[in-house]
Design a protein around this ligand. Sequence first.
Ligand SMILES: [Fe+2]
Length: 371
Amino acid sequence: MQQSLEIPAYGRDPYEEWVAREGVPVVEGVALDLFHVQTADWPRIGAKGAITRFRGAGDFCSMFVVELPPGGSTLPQQHLYEEIYFALDGRGSTQIESADGTKRSFEWGRGSFFGIPLNAKYRHFNGSGSQRALLCTTTTLPLMIKVIHNEEFIFNTPFGFADRTGKDEYYTGGGDLHMVRPGQNYWETNFVPNLFELDLPAWEDRGKGSTNINLAIGDGVMHAHISEIAPASYKKAHRHDGGAHVLTLSGGGYSLLWNDGDTDFERVEWTYGTVFPPADKQWHQHFVTTNEPSRYVATAFGGIRYPVVQYRRDMVIGKPGEKQLLSKSSKEGGSQIEYEDQDPRIHQIWLQEMQNAGITPQLELPVKKRV
Ligand SMILES: [Fe+2]
C-alpha cells in the first residue's frame, strides 16, 4: 500500500511540515556532537545547515546548525521568530538591520553568543577565506509556526519591532548587569564576544563552586543561562520542562538522566560542542571528571524577563519572597535533589569515574547513616 503524501486534515504539525519542505538534513538524538553533524546546502539561508530534532527539545524551540563555507555568507534573512546563536568554530561577522533601518555589525569568533531581535533583517559572513565557520542557533520557530501556521507570514512580514533593538552597546560587547539574587542574576545584551570568559556570579544553591548568569537577549522570550561547575566536582540533580538545549563549552564529563520510577540512569558523555536537552521533567545531573571547571550554556523557551508560561515562572522566578523552584529541594516541593537525598549509586559512579581518570575528587558528601 502506498503511503499518502497528502497532508492530513487533523493532527497536523506545521513545524514538522516546514522541516520536511526545507529539504536539509534532520539529525536526531538524545545528544549530538555538533562538530560531527552532517550539513547540506540550505537554499533558504544560502549556506549549509542541518535541523536538529532532539528527544528533549520540547514544543517551543529547536536548534539549527549553520555552516558558512570559507568566504561564504548567508542570504539576507528576516523572520518572526527569535534566534540565539553560538559560534562553535571559525570567525566572522553578522550585520543586523534594525526596525529604523540602522545597520550594526559585530565580529564573532569561537565562543561568541548573540541574538537576532525579532524580525530584524540580518546576514552572517564568514571572516575566513580558508576555513568554515560553524554556528548553532536555538529558535522559537516551532512555537511561532505552530500557532500562525502560515509560512509566508513568518518569513515575509515587514513589521519592525523597534522595542526589541536595545542599546548600541548591546551590539559591541556591552550590556546591563541586573543583580537580582543567586540563580536569577542576568546580563542584558545582544552580543557576548566570548562566553568562555564571561564573569559568572555564585549560585551555591546548586552545589559548591557553582556559578551562573542568565541572559536577556534582544528583549526576547527565550531563556539563556551560562553555568559553571567546579573542577572535579558535580552539581545537584534538578528537573524542569523540556527544551533546555544544554551545550557544553569547556571541561569534560557526563550527565545522568532519569525519570521518577526508573531503576537505572541514562548517561550522556559530553565535551565541547555536545548538545543534549534533558526531556520534559526528567531529572538530570552533571558530573565533571576533569581538573578544569566545566562551563555550559543552555538555551530554551521562557526566560528570566518573560517566563511566558506559569511553569517557567515558578521555575525561574518563584513565588514572591520564596526561592525559585530550581533552587529548592524536592522535599519542599522544589525541583532540585539535595546531595544528602540523592541515590547513593550516583556518588559511587562518579568516584569510580574519577579513579579511572586519575583525578582527585573535590567534592565530599556527608556520610548518610543507615537506619
Ligand atoms: Fe537543567
